[in-house]
Design a protein around this ligand. Structure first.
Ligand SMILES: NC(=O)c1ccc[n+]([C@@H]2O[C@H](COP(=O)([O-])OP(=O)(O)OC[C@H]3O[C@@H](n4cnc5c(N)ncnc54)[C@H](O)[C@@H]3O)[C@@H](O)[C@H]2O)c1
Length: 341
């Protein structure tokens, strides 16, 4: 039995607690939050769990094997580093930390103390992202040209991070995982309409090696919730609409081919009128398993604790995401000038 504690039970923490309760391999010993009201609500729902208001009570208890950190980003490093130093495995909410320097220190601490450090990049564990990874890896789309995402809704405004740090980790993590690459440069523009210091609308471009482009649009000021990602390839194209209750992914046998002249070179001049051919073939929607991604996150983390295997979203994966977020912040200050990683 892996003895666990959840620190932070605001919006996301209770989802972790619920999934841990469903896991026969785990026991929830503590739930910790500085907000008494939230804590008491959890206590009423899970009467056997110890509820405490001070993270040190959890970290100082030798009978806790693993700590789940679901507090605001600015506290991640402090809590996770103390837990790792106390010999506990750590699952930490995205984004890993508020700086790449802090992320590197956590990775080093986990290595030194031989403990699992995993970041909850929940989307990697969705059936949709797993299917996209499979489709891209099998080469079904051909050479991937771009990955383009829109992730917008009204709020929730965060007090310690901007919209890129709030919503962007999902897109960066998904893009890096599905493409199996990390970007070389980042360019971003953003604007702060509501609070002077915090960007609430942003457009971010990721330059992967070669001609491969990533782009995401994140926004806290949209009238509707949109969660769409397109992946365009030389053979096929894919649309993921996460709001759709079924047929979330559609693969289109759609593309463009350039007819060559007998000498093998594309024609000049008339080329766009005559030689580009558009192919619009069939579409299919792959079947996706209906499993809550967070239950897979929890189960994968417990597997890693038991076997010592490296998590899919390990500290290094989390660090790559932070590097892009930092570069996006720098680029926004430079009005979109690309920043190298
Ligand atoms: N994986 C996902 O899809 C996903 C979704 C939402 C949020 N998150 C992440 O989860 C984390 C928390 O986000 P949230 O939306 O739940 O925030 P929230 O503000 O709703 O909850 C945070 C909780 O942490 C508590 N807290 C703060 N400092 C504490 C401390 N030192 N000790 C104990 N408790 C403390 C607060 O009182 C609050 O109840 C963030 O990192 C966020 O990015 C991840």
């Amino acid at each position: 039995m892996i003895r666990t504690a959840v620190i932070g039970c605001g919006y996301w923490g209770p989802n972790l607690i619920r999934n841990l309760y469903d896991e026969p391999r785990a026991q929830v010993r503590y739930v910790c939050d500085i907000n008494r009201e939230r804590l008491e609500a959890i206590g009423r729902r899970y009467p056997t769990v110890k509820i405490v208001g001070d993270e040190h009570d959890v970290i100082g208890d030798r009978d806790v094997d693993a700590v789940f950190v679901a507090t605001p980003v600015e506290t991640h490093y402090r809590i996770a580093s103390a837990a790792l130093k106390a010999g506990k495995h750590v699952l930490i909410e995205k984004p890993l930390t508020d700086s790449s320097a802090a992320a590197q220190k956590l990775i080093a601490l986990a290595k030194k103390h031989k403990r699992v450090l995993m970041v909850d990049h929940t989307f990697l564990f969705t059936s949709a992202v797993q299917k996209m990874k499979e489709i891209v890896s099998l080469g079904e789309l051909g050479e991937v040209y771009y990955i383009d995402s829109v992730r917008v809704n009204l709020g929730l405004f965060q007090h310690d991070i901007n919209v890129v740090w709030d919503l962007g980790p999902h897109d960066i993590s998904i893009a890096n995982y599905v493409l199996g690459q990390t970007p070389r440069r980042v360019s971003a523009v953003g604007a702060s309409h509501v609070s002077q210091r915090t960007q609430d609308v942003a457009y971010v471009t990721l330059y992967y090696p070669g001609q491969l482009l990533g782009h995401f649009h994140v926004n806290w000021l949209a009238p509707v919730k949109v969660r769409q990602m397109l992946i365009g390839g030389s053979k096929k194209m894919l649309l993921w609409n996460d709001i759709e209750p079924s047929e979330k992914i559609k693969v289109y046998d759609t593309g463009v081919t350039v007819r060559h002249r007998p000498d093998g070179r594309p024609d000049k001049g008339e080329i766009y009128k005559t030689l580009i051919q558009y192919r619009t073939g069939d579409m299919y929607a792959p079947r996706l398993e209906n499993v809550e991604a967070l239950s897979r996150v929890v189960s994968h983390f417990l597997d890693c604790v038991e076997t010592g295997q490296q998590p899919l979203s390990d500290g290094e994966h989390g660090l790559q995401v932070i590097r892009v977020l930092e570069a996006a912040d720098s680029s926004m200050k430079l009005h979109g000038e690309p920043v190298s990683l």
